[in-house]
Write a protein that binds this ligand. Structure first.
Ligand code: ATP
Length: 356
């Protein structure tokens, strides 16, 4: 599926909901649209479904434009957050609904419903009505109904947000299994970064109606393209710094308040900066390491607190000048909590630099 230069401003709105959005969504992919509330995720999904028309730009499926084609004529189905099950119909009738709409022969429809019941692990519940099901079971029925006609693309609009945390985690595994088993392209909308990272093959991060970054979860997490992505995805320290030199090997930086005589540090793949430029060094808490030999440490900090959570020990520190810094250590390896001054370091490839 390809979206090219899609633009949309709702009537009466002052800002566009989508600005020049271009995306390639591969076949059989679990593709996630991630971003804060109001960034345009649902609008983009509705554009693919056919419920909204772009002001300009193209939406193509298999190389064919689908703009102007009614939602029910597209090989696309949607699962909504609210499930939208028919309360008076049984589980089997709900799943068969789209097949009946397509006038599938009864026997073929019954076989397909049985397949969906097995796939969604709903055996024994076929004759129940939605109010006799748990939230998770209702969600499975909604998925079964959407998957029954074997669409090319399944759109999922925050389908897990109504479930409690434990069920949500179970359904994340379940959705990934369904996508892999059916080979159908899933386009999943969420504002939950953890959900996006754990389930997706590819993630598109949106902000203010624009695509900010597209990549595999590891690219988005390890190599965010700007401060917004680094802040939105995962936990990160933002350390004010300046560029001190720029030579053939790239720039060197000094982090404000890093160490009394802190030597400048190099950061792999950094773009060029002119000496004196103010920057922000972004480093994830788990990429910081304790350094035994304080004099060798490029960063020195004072420990202000610690939170032990079994698997992790999160040290809360402060650089000279007051910049806060969190360091995530393996809980088991740190039976005694470091106190006072600590020396810290990170590998050159473990940080990113952005203009301040
Ligand atoms: P959320 O996570 O809160 O659902 P979203 O990322 O899905 O948000 P959209 O629902 O696509 O965002 O909305 C994008 C922008 O378009 C928002 O500013 C929203 O207020 C606006 N918008 C959405 N639907 C309409 C509409 N029918 N008429 C006018 N403006 C709309």
């Amino acid at each position: 599926m390809r979206l090219s230069g899609v633009h949309k401003t709702y009537p009466g709105a002052t800002q566009p909901a989508l600005r020049d959005v271009s995306l390639d969504i591969g076949k059989n992919a679990f593709f996630t649209l991630l971003g804060p509330s109001g960034c345009g995720k649902t609008t983009l999904l509705r554009m693919i479904a056919g419920f909204e028309t772009p002001d300009s730009g193209a939406v193509q499926l298999d190389g064919q434009s689908v703009v102007g084609i009614a939602p029910n004529r597209r090989p696309v189905n949607t699962v909504f957050q609210s499930y939208a099950l028919f309360p008076h119909m049984t589980v089997a009738q709900n799943i068969a609904f789209a097949l009946d709409m397509l006038d599938r022969p009864r026997a073929a429809s019954a076989t397909r419903v049985a397949e969906m019941v097995r796939l969604l692990r709903l055996e024994g519940l076929e004759q129940r009505r939605p109010h006799q099901l748990s939230g998770g079971q209702q969600q499975r029925v909604a998925l079964g109904r959407a998957l029954a006609p074997a669409p090319q693309v399944l759109l999922l609009d925050e389908p897990l947000s109504a479930l409690d945390l434990k069920l949500r985690k179970e359904m994340q595994v379940e959705l990934k299994r369904l996508q892999t088993e059916t080979g159908i392209t899933f386009v999943f909308v969420t504002h939950d970064q953890e959900e996006a990272l754990t389930m997706s093959d590819q993630v598109a991060v949106l902000s203010g109606g624009e695509i900010v970054q597209v990549g595999a979860p590891v690219d988005i997490y390890e190599r965010p393209v700007n401060r917004f992505v680094a802040e939105f995805i995962g936990d990160a320290n933002f350390l004010p710094a300046s560029c001190v030199t720029q030579d053939a090997d790239g720039p060197c930086f000094r982090i404000d308040g890093a160490a009394p005589a802190g030597s400048p540090i190099r950061i792999a793949d950094s773009e060029s900066f002119t000496p004196g430029a103010k920057v922000v060094v972004v480093v994830r808490p788990e990429r910081l390491m304790l350094v035994e030999e304080m004099a060798q440490a490029p960063l020195q900090a004072s420990v202000t607190g610690a939170m032990y959570s079994g698997s992790d020990l999160m040290l809360h520190c402060e650089l000279d000048g007051g910049t806060p810094l969190r360091v995530r250590l393996a809980g088991a390896a740190h039976a005694t909590i470091p106190r006072g001054r600590v020396g810290l370091a990170f590998a050159p490839g473990a940080a990113r630099v952005f203009a301040a």
